[in-house]
Design a protein around this ligand. Sequence first.
Ligand SMILES: [Zn+2]
Length: 202
Amino acid sequence: MDSLLEGYRQFRTGYFPHNREIFKELAQGQSPKAMVISCCDSRVDPGLIFNAAPGEIFSLRNVANLVPPYSPDDNHHSTSAAIEFAVRALKVPHIVVMGHARCGGIRALMGAHEGDFIGPWMRIAEPARDHIVRTAGDQPPAVLQRLCEHEILKTSLANLRSFPWIQTALKDGSLRLHGLYFEVETAELQRLNEEDGTFSTL
Ligand SMILES: [Zn+2]
């Protein structure tokens, strides 16, 4: 905790005074350039990776950067609520789903599900895992994990398209969806080409 408070002191006396005008303007409201859906993983910080100023990224982080399918009911839908706010209230022009290498959530998916919540949450990604195991099951575990991390981006993007107001925004051209994959060790960023499902390095 001490290191966090020390970090805050540095922010308050260094970054903040230099950017006071930005915060003053942001106090009136936000108009982020994009929503980024990424993993909670401490090594994958969208603000840092995209060199973003405060107010530029509407950031949603959850285990394994998953988007559930559209399913309005009485359960607690944190991810869907954030997506709804970004699309319907803030009208973000882009949603980026960013996966990453060595994801702990996906490791759990490839092995035994554990915990009260992680297992049920990761069920969103089971079709992606089953597809990879079916088509590349003879590969070593590290390769399978990476293929699954890639495949899950496609699942999240497909699930985003199940939200009716996202379909509308895509149709009228006010919203675009993107898939990115971050390599922790080298900071390489790959972009998903949805036409053929391949990834190319940026
Ligand atoms: Zn992760």
